[in-house]
Design a protein around this ligand. Structure first.
Ligand SMILES: NC(=O)N[C@@H](CC(=O)O)C(=O)O
Ligand SMILES: [Zn+2]
Ligand SMILES: [Zn+2]
Length: 346
């Protein structure tokens, strides 16, 4: 690798929100420009709960892929209290359905239809484990008496440990991890348990949310944690441990919905996703570890072939735009107005 440019296998984004309707004209090209595949989150209104709904949503996404690009959306189905075993079996038979997403009800954006009683879904988990259908988890409890900074750790202890005790072969991805507790939990489990990490949780901690004024564009869920947790995530990603891989959790909301008295959670990182991760690996002095994290470990975990094309990164500083115009109004991307050292060469 030379110091000023290098190529990696085309990466995949294992956790992405594209939304729907007119916004797809912005979000799909932004990700398709750099990523080969992405796991498309199902938290639409209404949520994507069936193979039929996922098939229709996937068609709407594919209609926005620019000419000449080969972007592949992998659809996650929204797990609810009334998901049936037949739907699990149908998911297993549909190649572009990657698995089920578990949102605790009320935990995050558009999660009202989420799970209220994890313990009552054992019959589904049994079939998922048997058929090796992955379970993707937003790991936070929602109880009003649990502090927002403790919600991930409590979810792991209260729900994930018992779930994996009962279904030890379950293929499970703990999404957008934010704590040392999550890093240690994932490391302590077998190769069937992995985690995604976002750029914001690698590059920031809660000071970046709250010091010197509240910064709504750094507000996402699970919320940024204290620095000690950030350091544990940085160590995990930079170590080259294949249990930890790229999932941006790019989650666009209109500027007017972020800069308001009760702002939405989510960072729109897609316009700068790969340069943001490159910034992190560069900070750690391990740019050579970017490719495994971004392009190999997720594909290997899920059992997809690694991409066969490459993308080139060059050291050529640029500034993330302050605003992106979309059909639903302006959006402020994550890292807006700040410099990044690396860019994707076109
Ligand atoms: N991460 C977020 O803060 N928001 C996501 C939902 C999610 O991934 O929890 C969104 O859909 O806006
Ligand atoms: Zn989430
Ligand atoms: Zn998400």
């Amino acid at each position: 690798m030379t110091t000023n440019q290098f190529s990696i296998t085309t990466p995949d984004d294992w956790h992405l929100h594209l939304r729907d309707g007119d916004l797809l004209a912005t979000t799909v090209p932004a990700t398709a420009a750099v990523f080969q595949r992405a796991v498309i989150m199902p938290n639409l209104v209404p949520p994507v709960t069936t193979v039929e709904a996922a098939t229709a949503y996937r068609e709407r996404i594919l209609a926005q892929v620019p000419e000449g690009q080969t972007f592949e959306p992998l659809m996650a189905l929204y797990l609810t209290q009334t998901t049936t075993v037949e739907t699990v079996r149908a998911a297993a038979e549909t190649p572009f359905v990657i698995g089920f997403k578990l949102y605790p009800s009320g935990a995050t954006t558009n999660s009202d239809a989420g799970v209220t009683d994890v313990g009552a879904l054992g019959h589904l988990f049994e079939v998922m484990a048997e058929l090796q259908v992955p379970l993707l988890v937003h790991g936070e409890v929602t109880d009003g008496d649990i502090d927002i900074f403790d919600r991930e750790k409590v979810f792991i202890d209260r729900h994930l440990r018992p779930l994996l005790d009962r279904h030890p072969s379950m293929k499970l991805v703990l999404e957008h991890i934010t704590t040392r507790d999550a890093v240690e939990f994932v490391k302590s489990m077998g190769t069937n348990v992995a985690a995604t990490i976002t750029p914001q949780h690698l590059l920031m901690n809660r000071n970046d949310l709250l010091v010197g004024g509240v910064r709504p564009h750094n507000y996402c869920l699970p919320i940024l944690k204290r620095r000690e947790h950030q350091l544990a995530l940085r160590e995990a990603a930079a170590s080259g441990n294949s249990k930890f891989f790229l999932g941006t959790d790019s989650a666009p909301h209109a500027q007017s919905k972020k800069e308001t008295a009760c702002g939405c959670a989510g960072c729109y990182s897609a316009p700068a996703a790969l340069p943001l991760y490159a910034e992190f690996f560069d900070q750690m002095g391990v740019l050579d570890k970017l490719e495994g994290f971004a392009s190999f470990y997720g594909a290997d975990f899920y059992g997809y072939p690694r991409a066969t094309t490459k993308v080139k990164l060059e050291r050529n500083s640029w500034t993330v735009p302050g605003q992106v115009d979309t059909a639903v109004g302006p959006m402020v991307p994550y890292w807006a107005g700040q410099p990044l050292k690396w860019r994707v060469a076109t």
